[in-house]
Design a protein around this ligand. Sequence first.
Ligand code: ZN
Length: 252
Amino acid sequence: MRLSGRCYAVTGLGYSPPWCVNAGFIVGDESTLVVDTGGNTLAAQSIHGYAVAARPGNRLQAIDTEKHFDHIGGNGFFRERGIDVWGHPGIARTQAEFEAEIEEFNQAIPNPVRRERAEASAFFFQTSLVNPNRRIDRDTAFELGDCTVEILLTPGHTPTNLSVWDPADRVLFTGDCLIREYLPNLDAGTPADWRVWLESIDRLEALRPSIIVTGHGPITRGGEVQSVMDSVRNVLRDSIARGSSPTASAPA
Ligand SMILES: [Zn+2]
């Protein structure tokens, strides 16, 4: 969907139910920056197709907002087309990790016949693990021609999290630094990481965005911006006080 003059979101991409994941892109008059490549090659085909259609002939670049597979699974599709994929140097996933993800998907299939057929491999059709080929280890400005967007390091959910800010259109892509409708996933970190996460949200709040594309959940606009930030903050503060993630398995 079109969010502003040059910002678009691609929502509802598949991942492990009930999770769907978002991506998006920002279109300058020379270059288009894709934000996240989806969870698999099929998602990447959709994102790429929309991004090309929005302004054919633009140079394409992509960026991963973090290391989890729901945000990087389409990297291979982009790299096969010679498109640079930028990301934090901490995005260094292994083939074994990727295969474990596919196996976890397969084990979650309720129907034993489909499980036996290993239908998780259909979700990951022609998908290979590809890490970013260009590194972002500090806040960075991206020139897209007639506009400049800012890449901001916003760690906390993972150490690799980045956000993308279009200051002219006041649109912010946060990856999983912010999410809505779902509980944020704190399981990748510790209370020390969650304190860093709170600082990242403070940074994003200071930008005063008008529209937020969160990593998961519907697009956030206007008065919802503050409530999304506050709801993730509340989960983080409660978890820091308790010393455990809300989704951590109960002690035996
Ligand atoms: Zn995610």
